[in-house]
Ligand binder design. Structure first.
Ligand code: ZN
Length: 267
């Protein structure tokens, strides 16, 4: 049973990191991120100026947030009302002393230590919908949508479709596959992809199997999708459904808008 604790009273906790660069670094010096900056189209400034809102602070978002601040992200907001449990520790970035504490706050506290460049992480110990309703979340450059239920994915699609790109990540119920779906203001929405999800509002399934392998592979694709919306690093897909064991061939797909979409279609 949940007890009232300190994090229930908070609206947000901010963590700031200075990054890994020495003070007064001369121009043209090697930095923590010089290596990736040599890549065609890579834009470190775009990543440093980006504001990314992360929905959830569990398996999908945890590894991703840490990877992105390490890559040089400048601002992140993270919303999750759940508390850390022992069963999370085999694949999520928490430690025994975090058990019983809010996931968004614990994850942000750990992630800020990975910041390559100056970074702020705002942790919202509440559901993403509540953080948005309270006006706590600044307009993001993109949203990473990694909750454990379609109801939240639909809510994010409804709210952000015309505002900024949304990268949805979902893990199969048997932890045998994942999908990454890049939703942009001019393209299809979550309802175009899964029209049935709008009607059912499927509830989360606690206790379903999860595996770190799948989360890490999914994170790579989500980071590639984010580069494509922040930088001149185009991709030729907006949907990737991946079975790492090869049981179903994986290929990039371009999903199209549905005229009869229950979310964005003409009424
Ligand atoms: Zn749609």
């Amino acid at each position: 049973m949940q007890t009232n604790h300190f994090s229930n009273l908070l609206t947000s906790v901010r963590f700031r990191g200075k990054g890994f660069q020495p003070v007064n670094l001369p121009p043209e010096s090697t930095t923590a991120t010089s290596n990736q900056e040599q890549l065609a189209g890579f834009n470190q400034d775009a990543l440093r100026k980006a504001k990314i809102f992360f929905v959830g602070a569990g398996g999908i978002v945890g590894n991703l947030l840490i990877s992105l601040v390490r890559k040089g992200l400048g601002w992140a907001g993270v919303a999750d009302r759940d508390d850390v449990e022992l069963g999370n520790l085999g694949r999520q970035h928490f430690f025994p002393e975090d058990i019983g504490q809010n996931k968004a706050i614990c994850l942000s506290r750990h992630a800020i230590r990975h910041a390559s460049w100056p970074c702020e992480i705002a942790a919202y110990p509440m559901w993403a919908q509540d953080a948005m309703a309270k006006g706590l979340v600044p307009k993001p450059s993109a949203v990473f949508d990694g909750p454990d239920n379609d109801e939240t994915r639909v809510a994010m699609s409804r709210h952000f479709h015309n505002i900024c790109p949304i990268i949805h990540v979902g893990i199969g119920l048997k932890a045998d596959h994942f999908y990454v779906f890049l939703e942009t203001p001019t393209g299809p929405c979550f309802g175009c992809l899964f029209p049935g999800a709008i009607k059912t509002g499927r509830q989360p399934c606690p206790g379903v199997p999860q595996l770190l392998d799948l989360l890490l592979i999914a994170n790579g694709y989500t980071m590639v999708a984010l580069d494509s919306v922040l930088m001149a690093r185009p991709i030729n897909w907006n949907y990737y459904d991946c079975y790492p064991n090869g049981s179903i061939p994986t290929r990039p797909i371009m999903i199209e808008k549905r005229k009869d979409c229950p979310l964005c279609g003409q009424k």
